[in-house]
Design a binder for this molecule. Structure first.
Ligand code: SF4
Length: 390
């Protein structure tokens, strides 16, 4: 029998920053917009956005993530999840400005996948993502040191969720790994286990665990949780060596709110309801649901559902409300009793969009998101591995 061997990699402390108050250029955590924002009560905001967009013509392409507010989505040339939107932007090389109505890591991905001549603009720099912020480059480098000291780094293939910073994508590319989305996580993991014996899954523990256990036949015991705030991730060498999936301790603050009680409650309130949740939800929620899938899967499932069917949806509220309004013949409710918007997605509002579009129309490039060349090349490598997945 082996005894627990101590490792001595200490975690880097992470200072707390208030959204919109301070900047941390090394993370997803944004800063306040520098501009002179129009008042939210300005009755001409819609007209101003329309006029600025018209003036820019084909020079601008506005992307709207599914979780954006209605007031913003109405100006999107395309809507979708983060990866679809980045690809849509790349398919429009004539658009000099890509205005990304979404969060910071999405704008970074769009910058990585578009040409050098295209400039990606995030209307509010404070639109970060709490999940992406949960894995910083320093923390992940420390984790790799821990894996190296434990003698397993060579067996480990990193797989990073699209919802991660460009730095983390670059780390993944540098270490032979791939990116995944919530639609192709199983294919990415299948590929990774052909390359190595273990996977380091970043930064969403729930997507990693749910895919491994629900779709790949692993057990919960095959997964360990690496906590970047504890020395050596809070794990022993034996635990690391025994694990197949090393899950980063990150989560989505929106999807993490749904609980087993939410599922039981809705089943009691609405007999015959189908529970449909996103795989960023906790494992017990996913295990109790009837259907599990990405945002696109949720939209398609509801489109195809028969009239009169009943659905409780576990994902971001802007999306649930829009799909419910689009299908009045079906009963579609939000899974939780309390409201659950993504607060950072909601940072992009009409005043910020108007400000960004009017600035661009006047020739002022504002709030550009630009990934440095080295980071971009390794991050692109990881994204290209994803595109090549069987
Ligand atoms: S919904 Fe969750 S993962 Fe998506 S941007 Fe918001 S915090 Fe990040």
């Amino acid at each position: 029998m082996t005894t627990a061997q101590p490792l001595d990699v200490q975690p880097t402390p992470l200072a707390l920053l208030l959204l919109g108050r301070e900047a941390d250029p090394k993370s997803e955590r944004g800063v306040e917009c520098p501009g002179d924002l129009p008042s939210p009560s300005d009755p001409d905001l819609v007209e101003r956005a329309r006029a600025a967009k018209e003036k820019l013509g084909d020079k601008v392409f506005v992307l709207g993530h599914h979780y954006q507010r209605d007031e913003v989505i109405q100006f999107a040339d395309v809507t979708g999840d983060s990866f679809k939107l980045a690809r849509d932007a790349a398919a429009r090389p004539e658009a000099e400005y890509i205005v990304f109505c979404g969060v910071h890591f999405m704008a970074e991905s769009a910058d990585i996948l578009t040409t050098d001549d295209q400039k990606v603009v995030l209307p509010d720099l404070a639109a970060g993502c709490s999940m992406a912020d949960m894995a910083t480059a320093e923390q992940v480098a420390e984790c790799w040191d821990v894996l190296t000291e434990a003698g397993i780094a060579e067996q480990v293939v990193p797989v990073s969720y699209m919802n991660s910073s460009a730095d983390i994508k670059a780390f993944t590319g540098k270490h032979g790994g791939t990116i995944c989305t919530s639609s192709n996580a199983k294919r990415a993991l299948d590929w990774a286990f052909e390359q190595g014996e273990k996977v380091l899954f970043l930064p969403d523990q729930h997507l990693g665990r749910n895919t491994a256990v629900r779709e790949m036949g692993m057990t919960l015991e095959d997964c360990v949780l690496y906590n970047p705030h504890k020395p050596n991730g809070g794990l022993t060498v034996e635990e690391l060596r025994a694990a197949k999936m090393i899950l980063w301790r990150g989560h989505c603050s929106v999807h993490g709110r749904f609980s087993l009680d939410s599922v039981n409650d809705v089943r009691e309130r609405i007999p015959g309801v189908n529970v449909l949740v996103h795989p960023e939800c906790k494992h017990e929620v996913v295990a109790a649901a009837d259907y599990v899938g990405s945002t696109e899967y949720i939209i398609k499932t509801l489109e195809a559902a028969p009239a009169g069917s009943k659905w409780a949806i576990g994902t971001e509220l802007n999306l649930v409300r829009r799909v419910a309004n689009a299908h009045p013949d079906k009963e579609i409710v939000f899974l939780d009793k309390t409201v659950c918007f993504c607060s950072t997605m909601n940072r992009i509002d009409l005043p910020h969009l108007v400000w960004a579009l009017e600035s661009l129309a006047e020739g002022n490039l504002v709030n550009r998101i630009q990934v440095d060349r080295e980071t971009e090349s390794f991050a692109k490598l990881a994204l290209e591995r994803m595109l090549a997945l069987p």
